[in-house]
Design a protein around this ligand. Sequence first.
Ligand code: ATP
Length: 332
Amino acid sequence: MNDQPATESTPAGSTPAEPTLAELRGRVSAERDRPAYGHDAVIACDRLVRIFSSDGVEVQALQGLDLTVPQGELMALVGASGSGKSTLLQILAGLDVPTAGKATVAGRDLLAMSGKDRLAYRREVVGFVWQQTARNLLPFLTARQNVTLPMQLSGGSGGKLRRARAARSGELLDLLGVGHAMDRRPDQLSGGEQQRVAIAVALANQPSVLLADEPTGELDSETGAQIFEAFRTVNRELGATVVIVTHDLMVAGEVRRTVAIRDGRTSSEVLRRLATDEHGAESVEEREYAMLDRTGRVQLPKQFLEALGMEHRVEVSLEPDHVGVWPEQQED
Ligand SMILES: Nc1ncnc2c1ncn2[C@@H]1O[C@H](COP(=O)(O)OP(=O)(O)OP(=O)(O)O)[C@@H](O)[C@H]1O
C-alpha cells in the first residue's frame, strides 16, 4: 500500500513522467560531484570488516563498521569486551589490515599500503599509547631520549636537526608536565609520569592522529584523571586529533563525543555540549543517538528490544517528524 500523498507532478494513479535525457545527465553529474563519504574527516571507516580465522573457526571482529572522526576531535570509543574496539584501533594504527571495506586516515588508504608505506605511516601519521605503561617506553633510555628516538628514526642528521629534536622533546615533556623528569629512565618515573612521557613519544613526529588503548587502565583513578587531562592539553594546545578506547567512565564522560561499539559495529553515540541557563549557570547537556548506517540500518539498544520483546521483525511507519517502530503483531 502506498500512503504517500499525491503530488501535483504525479497525481495518484498516474505513472510518473519518464525523466528527460537532460535530467538523467543532471542526476549522474550530481552523484559524481557529491563529496565522498568522510571526505572532510581525518579518519573515515566505511563498512569495515575484519575476520579472524584460526583452526577453521571464523570470528567476525568488525562487521561493517562506519566511523568518521573530524580533524581536531578528542573522542572516546567504548563497548563490551570482545566488541571489536582493539581490533579497530590496531587497524587505525597500521598494525593490522582489514578484510574488507574502506579505511582512510589523513588521506592514506589503509587497505592499499605497501609494507614500506605502512612503516612510514606508523612512524609519521599515527601515534599510539598502549595500556601497559612499560610497553610504551624503552627502559634503557631517558624520557628525553625516548621522545627523540621516533624523530631520529624518521631520518635526517646534522647538528641543526639534532638541536631541533632536543628542543621539541623538551617542549613536549614540559607541555605534559614531566619536564622535570627529562633525564630519568622509565624505572625512575611513576606510572602516571611514564604515560605522560608515552604521550610525548607518540606526538614526537607530529602525527595526524593520536590513538590510545585503555591508557588509564593500569592507573589509579586520580592518576588516570591526570592522564586524561594530558590528552585534553595536547588536543587543545596542539590541535591533536585523539581517539581513546576506554572502559573508564570518567574518561568516557569527559569528551564531547563517545561512540559505542557493539558486535563489531558502531551502535550509538553520546554527544555532550555546554549549555548555559537563563541565570548564566553552565552545565553539560548529554544526548544519546542510535547510529544510522549508510543503507538506513539502525541498531536499536538491546534494552529497548528486550523491554518490548522485539525479535526478527518489527513494524515501522513514517510519521511527519519521526519513524515509529512497533513489535510484530501476533496473529490470533
Ligand atoms: N588475533 C585474533 N585471532 C582471533 N580472534 C581474534 C583476534 N583478535 C581479536 N579476536 C576476536 O575478535 C573479537 C573482538 O576482539 P577485540 O580485542 O577487538 O575486542 P575489544 O572490544 O577490544 O575487547 P576488550 O575490551 O576485552 O579488549 C573477539 O571475539 C576476539 O576474541
